[in-house]
Ligand binder design. Structure first.
Ligand code: AHR
Length: 503
């Protein structure tokens, strides 16, 4: 039996809704035929954006979307994506070498901000520092944020039909600068970052500037970057309010085919994100003991071999998502919740027709992957007060072929938060084929009943949704009667469950 103890009188912090953020890059089928179907499309749309995605994003209360890359940002000139669409240039983009697709620039700054407004999310613009200048990033901010009838760029925006400023708060300054973003050392990047961020920070208006963090849990990158940042600044937070790591899980088997061992191998890898958070935050604390700089996981998710999605490999990086990916999403979001005193944003990569996506689409057809259902079930955590959970669970041993050794993973993953007089618990049973019998105890508050609100599972761990079977792995919502807390709960194998406990 597994035991979950919710220490209701031990609050962690308020869960920043941006932990439930998204990432939409100009790559493969994410933008074109993904979120954007065009103004003349027969696919139902709102201002060119796929209606089904707009509605679904509202449903899960999507808080923030990072855009336009990713690596795409490296060669992106924001000026190509403004003004009358028929006058916009067609360009070769970062991914041209991979898929030979040209960039039409039909979706640019105004369209993306429109998409965010439609779904109720904040736009997060990622600017590159490899092929643009500090002045051009400042100009982009000027174009987006200066009030009407002020600067020439604000007037240019007005002439394009947007008199009101876009008020973009979140700005990324560089992407993967240890790799595609210039192959820099942390010291090189800190020097560049200071130049770019100084000009970006200097315009009025609320801004959160985000620096590029490590590839995975590279502690050396973080220590050296913060050291270099600190040697010229009284406090690094003067130019940086967020620090964004990228964490992808490599594959074990393929997107759709994996055995029990490979199931655990991937979940174990995903669970290492907690180690990343713990070690990165400790490294940051040495330079920022007041914790003014938030830790962001700017890109996260599973990266499987291509070709399993509906386009059969036509859309770069498009993959199917099974219950295994849903469990990765559930345990990752549980980790973010449990460290919400430091983690302020997370952006799952990527929204549609790509890596760890919430949606798959083609023409008029749109389906939700099991990952969507996790975000739907977890949305109540946004803005709630996270409280400590203690999990006493039997670990599962498996052969970690990636490391040539035996490893073990906890049988369940859990997070809890309080909103008003409701305690919400999200619990994932990571076991491939064993149900879990769980005893939940709430410490510090008086309560004795729990309601099972939703369960996400499939017939088999490889269950996934297709255009023919869109609900093979979908959440079942119950308008449940509550059960006595002393009666043990059953979590099906390979499943995610949402409980509500009235206080
Ligand atoms: O998400 C796909 C790519 O992965 C992004 O463009 C890049 O930032 C990362 O390497």
């Amino acid at each position: 039996m597994d035991r979950i103890t919710i220490v209701a009188d031990e609050p962690i912090a308020t869960i920043n809704p941006n932990i439930y953020g998204h990432f939409a890059e100009h790559i493969g089928g994410v933008i074109y035929d993904g979120i954007w179907v065009g103004l003349d499309s027969e696919t139902p749309h709102v201002d060119g954006f796929r209606q089904g995605i707009v509605d679904a994003m509202k449903r899960i209360k999507a808080p923030v979307v990072r855009y336009p890359g990713g690596c795409f940002a490296e060669t992106y000139n924001w000026r190509d994506g403004i003004g009358p669409s028929e006058e916009r240039p067609v360009t070769t983009n970062w991914w041209y070498r991979n898929d030979g697709r040209l960039e039409s620039n039909q979706v640019g700054t105004a369209e993306f901000v429109r998409f965010c407004r439609l779904i109720g999310a904040e736009p997060y613009l990622a600017a590159n520092i490899t092929s643009t200048t500090p002045l051009e990033i400042r100009n982009w901010i000027d174009y987006c944020n200066m009030p009407a009838r002020t600067s020439s760029l604000a007037r240019l925006r007005e002439s394009h039909g947007d008199s009101e400023p876009f008020d973009v708060t979140f700005w990324g300054i560089g992407n993967e600068n240890w790799g595609g973003g210039g192959s820099m050392t942390p010291e090189d990047y800190a020097g560049e970052y200071r130049r770019y961020a100084t000009l970006a920070a200097n315009l009025p208006g609320e801004k959160m500037l985000v620096a590029c963090g490590p590839a995975g849990n590279d502690v050396d990158w973080t220590r050296r970057f913060f050291e270099k940042m600190s040697d010229r600044l009284r406090h690094p937070s003067r130019l940086m309010q967020g620090y964004g790591a990228h964490y992808y899980c490599g594959t074990a088997g393929s997107a759709l085919e994996f055995d029990e061992n490979q199931w655990y191998q991937l979940l174990w890898q995903a669970a290492q994100i907690e180690r990343l958070v713990v070690q990165q935050r400790a490294t940051m604390d040495a330079f920022d003991p007041e914790r003014r700089i938030g830790l962001i996981i700017d890109e996260w998710g599973c990266w499987h071999p291509e070709g399993s999605g509906p386009s059969g490999g036509d859309n770069l990086f498009e993959q199917q998502s099974t219950m295994r990916d849903a469990l990765v999403a559930a345990l990752t979001l549980n980790v973010f919740n449990n460290h919400c005193d430091k983690v302020v944003m997370g952006n799952i990569a990527q929204l549609v027709n790509n890596l760890h996506s919430l949606f798959l689409s083609q023409g008029k057809t749109l389906i939700m992957t099991p990952n969507f259902h996790v975000f739907d079930m977890y949305k109540g955590h946004q803005g709630s007060q996270a409280v400590r959970t203690l999990v006493d669970t039997e670990a599962v041993e498996f052969e970690n072929r990636g490391r040539n050794r035996k490893d073990a993973i906890d049988g369940i993953s859990c997070a809890a938060s309080i909103n008003g007089n409701l305690l919400m618990v999200t619990a994932a049973n990571l076991r491939y084929s064993e149900p879990a019998e769980v005893e939940i105890t709430v410490h510090g508050l008086s309560t004795d009943r729990a309601t099972r609100k939703a369960t996400l599972r499939g017939d088999i761990p490889q269950a996934h949704n297709t255009f023919d079977k869109p609900n093979a792995a979908a959440a079942v919502w119950e308008n449940g009667s509550s059960a006595d807390l002393s009666a043990h709960m059953m979590l099906p194998a390979a499943s995610v469950t949402l409980f509500e406990i009235p206080l």
